[in-house]
Design a binder for this molecule. Structure first.
Ligand SMILES: Cc1cc2nc3c(=O)[nH]c(=O)nc-3n(C[C@H](O)[C@H](O)[C@H](O)COP(=O)(O)OP(=O)(O)OC[C@H]3O[C@@H](n4cnc5c(N)ncnc54)[C@H](O)[C@@H]3O)c2cc1C
Length: 429
């Protein structure tokens, strides 16, 4: 039987597995294996909510092993470290527990078709001190560690007799940075309601951006204005045209000579392909992403496909696919179609990926949501408030339905909605 190995069960990978698992794996037409570093999946666009405590991983995580058993594929936990293209084998690093003891040794898995969807990591652009002193939001473990750190900082500052300030600086005013900045205010308000001694001026958030404006993905200036107004109302200090040149334990140095004193720094400024990609002997671009043909086969090896944030797929206008949730989803589902075709006929004509920008949304916690719908239609439609919030949350709902199928997906979403209503607004541990 044909062996299909998918590395990366993220926003795109899980939708691909839902599709080929049910279409091929369950019918015994292919032996499908998912490899992921983590044991469970949380939709990456929600990581800032996980870091803020607004999202409870216990309610929202999908266990890979259980999903695999129910959807016709196998799961192997581990980090991809190498590919032997001659033997068509991948290597996984040994797995260790929290005490550093080995749980599983190095493993090898054979493939006929390999699909890489290992996402991206935050780009520190080689700036001095970023890795050492900033927090990142690339992995669920990082988000959960950040949640604990944020809660401890609030506790620390609120306990002081003379209120000091809790200065937090977020670098990068794309979706991640902007949404995280708003979430911080939601956390402060909610903790106040839970009895934390938080004065009105305790939290001070700086949002630093090198470009002229925040949220460049929102192509309509009126939407950027709406986001800026809301952040202003929250008291967030937006610093555009500000380039960070180095970071130390107590703050950030900018190109203009300013020092931004900070108790905590979150780096969310741009992405690049994970380090491991540069060791695989596959063609890469400058951002360390895998170069793929429009059908998502890597330019080096037609048996290896790549999609989502770790891939750069050329478009007819000469651009490359942007690293976004909708891109990962669309590409992954198309790779699924191509695998189904290849299983029927080795020489089948493969589909080619054409990026369709369905829009961009930014959800400023409970305060507001704004976005641009159907951007591919000559600029798209500006949406704000409740309708925007509905579209934004429906993206996650669609992801859950793709993972679990319609009946189970709807039940899980209903349960999730009830749990959110019944349980505390913030997870405090
Ligand atoms: C806080 C935040 C908010 C965002 N908001 C938005 C938004 O509003 N709209 C939008 O379009 N996009 C948003 N994004 C971007 C979006 O999340 C990504 O574009 C999308 O998740 C990419 O999907 P993917 O499948 O390529 O990779 P991912 O979803 O990142 O999944 C990669 C998977 O690979 C696994 N993995 C990584 N390395 C290895 C390895 N070596 N071996 C095995 N497994 C590995 C990871 O554990 C993960 O499960 C946001 C991102 C963040 C962090």
């Amino acid at each position: 039987m044909t062996n299909i190995v998918v590395v990366g069960g993220g926003a795109g990978g899980m939708e691909l597995l839902g599709k080929i698992g049910r279409r091929l794996g369950k019918r015994g037409q292919a032996n499908i294996t998912l490899v992921d570093i983590s044991s469970h999946h949380i939709w990456k666009p929600l990581l800032h909510e996980l870091a803020a405590g607004s999202l409870d991983e216990g309610l929202n995580a999908v266990d890979y092993r259980v999903h695999a058993a129910q959807n016709g594929y196998h799961f192997e936990q581990g980090a991809l470290t190498g590919i032997d293209r001659q033997r068509r084998t991948i290597t996984l690093a040994p797995m260790t527990n929290d005490d550093g003891e080995q749980v599983l040794p190095t493993r090898h898995i054979d493939y006929d078709y390999l699909v890489l969807g290992i996402g991206a990591v935050t780009n520190d652009f080689g700036i001095d001190g970023v890795k050492a002193h900033c927090d990142f939001l690339d992995l669920t473990d990082q988000a959960m560690a950040l949640r604990q750190k944020i809660l401890n900082r609030f506790l620390q500052h609120a306990k002081q007799a003379e209120h000091s300030h809790f200065d937090i600086t977020i670098v990068g005013a794309g979706a991640t940075g902007t949404e995280m900045a708003a979430e911080m205010h939601h956390v402060a308000d909610t903790l106040s309601g839970y009895g934390y001694d938080i004065g009105e001026d305790l939290l001070r958030v700086n949002l630093v951006e090198a470009a002229d404006r925040i949220m460049p993905a929102l192509t309509k200036p009126c939407l950027q204005d709406a986001v800026e107004r809301q952040l202003n109302d929250l008291g967030i200090n937006m610093m555009t045209q500000t380039r960070v040149t180095s970071v130390s334990a107590d703050g950030l140095q900018t190109a203009s000579g300013q020092f931004i004193k900070s108790d905590m720094m979150i780096w969310a400024a741009g992405v690049k392909g994970p380090e491991v990609l540069s060791t695989l002997d596959l063609q890469l671009n400058q951002a360390n992403q895998l170069l793929v043909h429009p059908n998502c086969q890597t330019t080096t090896d037609p048996r290896i496909f790549a999609f989502g944030d770790c891939a750069a797929c050329p478009q007819p206008d000469g651009s490359y696919t942007p690293p976004r949730g909708q891109t990962a989803r669309q590409m992954a589902l198309m790779v699924g179609d191509n695998l189904i075709r290849l299983l029927k006929d080795d020489d089948a004509e493969l589909k080619e990926y054409l990026y369709k920008d369905l829009g961009a949304f930014v959800n400023l916690s409970r305060f507001t949501t704004v976005g641009n719908l159907f951007s591919f239609l000559g600029g798209g439609l500006a949406v704000r408030g409740c309708p925007a919030r509905f579209v934004y949350t429906s993206l996650y709902r669609r992801h859950m339905l793709a993972l679990h199928g319609l009946p189970k997906g709807l039940l899980l979403l209903a349960l999730n909605g009830m749990q959110r209503w019944l349980r505390p607004q913030l997870k405090l541990w």
